[in-house]
Design a protein around this ligand. Structure first.
Ligand code: G3P
Length: 222
Protein backbone atom coordinates (compact mmCIF):
# COMPACT_ATOMS: atom_id res chain seq x y z
CA UNK A 1 0.00 0.00 0.00
CA UNK A 2 1.26 3.46 -0.86
CA UNK A 3 0.92 6.54 1.34
CA UNK A 4 0.52 9.95 -0.27
CA UNK A 5 0.26 13.16 1.72
CA UNK A 6 -2.76 15.36 1.00
CA UNK A 7 -1.35 18.85 1.39
CA UNK A 8 0.47 21.65 -0.42
CA UNK A 9 2.33 22.70 2.74
CA UNK A 10 6.06 22.25 2.12
CA UNK A 11 6.94 21.86 5.82
CA UNK A 12 4.38 19.08 6.20
CA UNK A 13 5.64 17.39 3.04
CA UNK A 14 9.25 17.56 4.23
CA UNK A 15 8.32 16.21 7.69
CA UNK A 16 6.36 13.30 6.23
CA UNK A 17 9.16 12.56 3.76
CA UNK A 18 11.64 12.40 6.66
CA UNK A 19 9.57 9.59 8.20
CA UNK A 20 10.40 7.47 5.15
CA UNK A 21 6.80 6.49 4.53
CA UNK A 22 5.88 8.91 1.76
CA UNK A 23 5.23 7.71 -1.79
CA UNK A 24 3.58 10.78 -3.33
CA UNK A 25 1.60 13.99 -2.86
CA UNK A 26 -1.88 15.16 -3.77
CA UNK A 27 -2.94 18.79 -3.94
CA UNK A 28 -6.11 20.56 -4.97
CA UNK A 29 -7.05 24.25 -5.36
CA UNK A 30 -8.32 24.45 -1.78
CA UNK A 31 -5.04 23.05 -0.42
CA UNK A 32 -3.08 25.48 -2.61
CA UNK A 33 -5.24 28.37 -1.35
CA UNK A 34 -4.21 27.48 2.22
CA UNK A 35 -0.51 28.07 1.52
CA UNK A 36 -0.98 31.34 -0.35
CA UNK A 37 0.09 34.30 1.76
CA UNK A 38 -1.16 37.17 -0.34
CA UNK A 39 -3.76 36.07 -2.94
CA UNK A 40 -3.31 39.34 -4.84
CA UNK A 41 0.31 38.45 -5.50
CA UNK A 42 0.01 34.71 -6.18
CA UNK A 43 0.17 33.99 -9.89
CA UNK A 44 -0.24 30.88 -12.00
CA UNK A 45 3.56 30.84 -12.34
CA UNK A 46 3.85 30.89 -8.54
CA UNK A 47 1.53 27.88 -8.46
CA UNK A 48 3.72 26.06 -10.98
CA UNK A 49 6.86 26.95 -9.02
CA UNK A 50 5.23 25.55 -5.87
CA UNK A 51 4.40 22.25 -7.60
CA UNK A 52 8.02 22.09 -8.84
CA UNK A 53 9.29 22.53 -5.27
CA UNK A 54 7.05 19.66 -4.11
CA UNK A 55 8.47 17.47 -6.89
CA UNK A 56 11.98 18.28 -5.67
CA UNK A 57 11.11 17.06 -2.16
CA UNK A 58 9.25 13.85 -3.00
CA UNK A 59 10.34 11.38 -5.66
CA UNK A 60 6.87 10.10 -6.53
CA UNK A 61 3.60 11.12 -8.17
CA UNK A 62 2.52 14.70 -7.40
CA UNK A 63 -1.08 15.53 -8.33
CA UNK A 64 -1.69 19.08 -9.58
CA UNK A 65 -5.28 19.95 -10.37
CA UNK A 66 -6.59 21.82 -13.39
CA UNK A 67 -8.54 24.96 -12.56
CA UNK A 68 -10.99 25.18 -15.45
CA UNK A 69 -14.18 23.46 -16.56
CA UNK A 70 -14.04 22.97 -20.35
CA UNK A 71 -12.20 19.98 -21.81
CA UNK A 72 -10.12 22.08 -24.21
CA UNK A 73 -9.04 24.36 -21.36
CA UNK A 74 -8.23 21.39 -19.11
CA UNK A 75 -6.12 19.91 -21.89
CA UNK A 76 -4.14 23.12 -22.37
CA UNK A 77 -3.63 23.64 -18.63
CA UNK A 78 -2.90 19.96 -17.98
CA UNK A 79 -0.25 19.82 -20.70
CA UNK A 80 1.37 22.86 -19.14
CA UNK A 81 1.25 21.33 -15.63
CA UNK A 82 2.70 18.06 -16.94
CA UNK A 83 5.65 20.00 -18.37
CA UNK A 84 6.66 21.14 -14.84
CA UNK A 85 8.19 17.78 -13.87
CA UNK A 86 7.99 14.17 -15.00
CA UNK A 87 6.27 13.18 -11.73
CA UNK A 88 3.33 15.56 -12.15
CA UNK A 89 -0.04 13.82 -12.38
CA UNK A 90 -2.80 15.99 -13.87
CA UNK A 91 -5.85 15.94 -11.64
CA UNK A 92 -9.15 16.35 -13.50
CA UNK A 93 -12.66 16.45 -12.04
CA UNK A 94 -14.92 13.51 -12.89
CA UNK A 95 -17.20 15.44 -15.23
CA UNK A 96 -18.02 14.85 -18.90
CA UNK A 97 -15.38 17.42 -19.83
CA UNK A 98 -12.95 15.93 -17.34
CA UNK A 99 -13.38 12.50 -18.94
CA UNK A 100 -12.61 13.94 -22.36
CA UNK A 101 -9.46 15.52 -21.00
CA UNK A 102 -8.45 12.27 -19.24
CA UNK A 103 -8.90 10.36 -22.49
CA UNK A 104 -6.69 12.90 -24.27
CA UNK A 105 -3.96 12.76 -21.62
CA UNK A 106 -4.07 8.97 -21.56
CA UNK A 107 -3.52 8.88 -25.33
CA UNK A 108 -0.47 11.13 -25.07
CA UNK A 109 1.13 9.50 -22.03
CA UNK A 110 0.32 12.18 -19.44
CA UNK A 111 -0.66 10.66 -16.09
CA UNK A 112 -4.06 11.58 -14.65
CA UNK A 113 -5.95 11.42 -11.38
CA UNK A 114 -9.77 11.51 -11.67
CA UNK A 115 -10.95 13.50 -8.68
CA UNK A 116 -14.20 14.37 -6.90
CA UNK A 117 -15.42 10.80 -7.36
CA UNK A 118 -18.48 9.91 -5.30
CA UNK A 119 -20.07 6.92 -7.08
CA UNK A 120 -19.05 3.52 -8.48
CA UNK A 121 -20.15 4.52 -11.98
CA UNK A 122 -17.94 7.60 -11.91
CA UNK A 123 -15.04 5.31 -10.98
CA UNK A 124 -15.89 2.93 -13.85
CA UNK A 125 -15.89 5.85 -16.29
CA UNK A 126 -12.52 7.03 -14.97
CA UNK A 127 -11.00 3.59 -15.56
CA UNK A 128 -12.51 3.28 -19.03
CA UNK A 129 -11.24 6.74 -20.00
CA UNK A 130 -7.74 5.60 -19.02
CA UNK A 131 -7.18 7.45 -15.74
CA UNK A 132 -4.04 6.29 -13.91
CA UNK A 133 -5.59 7.09 -10.54
CA UNK A 134 -9.13 7.52 -9.21
CA UNK A 135 -9.87 9.48 -6.04
CA UNK A 136 -13.04 8.59 -4.13
CA UNK A 137 -13.62 11.21 -1.40
CA UNK A 138 -14.58 9.10 1.59
CA UNK A 139 -14.77 11.80 4.27
CA UNK A 140 -17.15 13.96 2.28
CA UNK A 141 -19.48 10.96 1.79
CA UNK A 142 -19.34 10.23 5.52
CA UNK A 143 -20.24 13.89 6.07
CA UNK A 144 -23.59 13.32 4.34
CA UNK A 145 -24.32 10.08 6.23
CA UNK A 146 -23.17 7.81 3.40
CA UNK A 147 -20.50 5.16 3.95
CA UNK A 148 -17.45 6.47 2.10
CA UNK A 149 -15.46 3.27 2.57
CA UNK A 150 -18.27 1.21 1.02
CA UNK A 151 -17.60 3.13 -2.19
CA UNK A 152 -13.92 2.17 -1.99
CA UNK A 153 -14.86 -1.49 -1.55
CA UNK A 154 -17.11 -1.31 -4.62
CA UNK A 155 -14.42 0.33 -6.74
CA UNK A 156 -11.70 -2.13 -5.68
CA UNK A 157 -14.03 -5.06 -6.51
CA UNK A 158 -15.06 -3.63 -9.88
CA UNK A 159 -11.49 -2.89 -10.92
CA UNK A 160 -10.38 -6.38 -9.82
CA UNK A 161 -13.27 -7.99 -11.73
CA UNK A 162 -12.10 -6.49 -15.01
CA UNK A 163 -8.41 -6.00 -14.38
CA UNK A 164 -8.46 -2.22 -14.77
CA UNK A 165 -4.97 -0.86 -14.02
CA UNK A 166 -6.34 2.41 -12.54
CA UNK A 167 -5.03 2.78 -8.98
CA UNK A 168 -7.48 3.64 -6.21
CA UNK A 169 -6.48 6.62 -4.04
CA UNK A 170 -8.60 6.81 -0.90
CA UNK A 171 -9.01 10.59 -0.54
CA UNK A 172 -10.69 12.96 1.89
CA UNK A 173 -9.23 10.82 4.69
CA UNK A 174 -10.21 12.22 8.09
CA UNK A 175 -8.96 9.70 10.66
CA UNK A 176 -6.75 6.61 11.14
CA UNK A 177 -9.65 4.17 10.77
CA UNK A 178 -10.07 5.27 7.15
CA UNK A 179 -6.48 4.13 6.56
CA UNK A 180 -7.04 0.74 8.23
CA UNK A 181 -10.20 0.14 6.19
CA UNK A 182 -8.44 1.19 2.98
CA UNK A 183 -5.66 -1.32 3.64
CA UNK A 184 -8.11 -4.11 4.53
CA UNK A 185 -9.98 -3.48 1.27
CA UNK A 186 -6.82 -3.55 -0.81
CA UNK A 187 -6.95 0.07 -1.95
CA UNK A 188 -3.69 0.92 -3.70
CA UNK A 189 -3.11 4.26 -1.99
CA UNK A 190 -4.40 6.45 0.84
CA UNK A 191 -3.73 10.16 0.56
CA UNK A 192 -3.57 11.35 4.11
CA UNK A 193 -3.41 14.78 5.80
CA UNK A 194 -0.21 15.33 7.80
CA UNK A 195 -2.02 15.31 11.15
CA UNK A 196 -3.53 11.90 10.43
CA UNK A 197 -0.14 10.49 9.32
CA UNK A 198 1.20 11.45 12.74
CA UNK A 199 -1.86 9.94 14.45
CA UNK A 200 -1.08 6.58 12.80
CA UNK A 201 1.98 6.23 15.04
CA UNK A 202 0.10 6.94 18.27
CA UNK A 203 -1.02 4.39 20.84
CA UNK A 204 -1.55 5.05 24.57
CA UNK A 205 -0.02 1.66 25.44
CA UNK A 206 3.10 2.60 23.49
CA UNK A 207 3.32 5.82 25.52
CA UNK A 208 2.72 4.01 28.83
CA UNK A 209 5.14 1.20 27.97
CA UNK A 210 7.83 3.64 26.92
CA UNK A 211 7.44 5.67 30.11
CA UNK A 212 7.96 2.52 32.20
CA UNK A 213 10.94 1.39 30.10
CA UNK A 214 12.56 4.81 30.55
CA UNK A 215 11.96 4.72 34.30
CA UNK A 216 13.44 1.21 34.57
CA UNK A 217 16.36 2.09 32.31
CA UNK A 218 17.19 4.96 34.67
CA UNK A 219 18.42 2.44 37.30
CA UNK A 220 21.36 1.58 35.05
CA UNK A 221 24.59 3.39 35.72
CA UNK A 222 25.92 5.12 32.62
O1 G3P B 1 -7.76 14.51 -1.53
C1 G3P B 1 -8.99 15.15 -1.43
C2 G3P B 1 -9.04 15.96 -0.22
O2 G3P B 1 -8.12 17.00 -0.26
C3 G3P B 1 -10.37 16.43 0.17
O3 G3P B 1 -10.38 16.37 1.53
O4 G3P B 1 -11.06 16.91 3.79
O5 G3P B 1 -11.46 18.55 1.91
O6 G3P B 1 -12.79 16.46 2.06
P1 G3P B 1 -11.49 17.13 2.38
Amino acid sequence: MKFFIDTANLDEIRSAAELGVLDGVTTNPSLIAKIVGDPLNFTYNDFKAHIRRICEIVDGPVSAEVTCLKAEEMIAEGEDLASIHENVVVKCPLTIDGLKAIRHFSACGIKTNATLVFSPNQALLAAKAGADYVSPFVGRLDDISTDGMELVEQIVTMYDNYGYPTEVIVASVRHPQHVVSAAMMGADIATIPYGVIRQLANHPLTDAGLKKFMEDAAVMKK
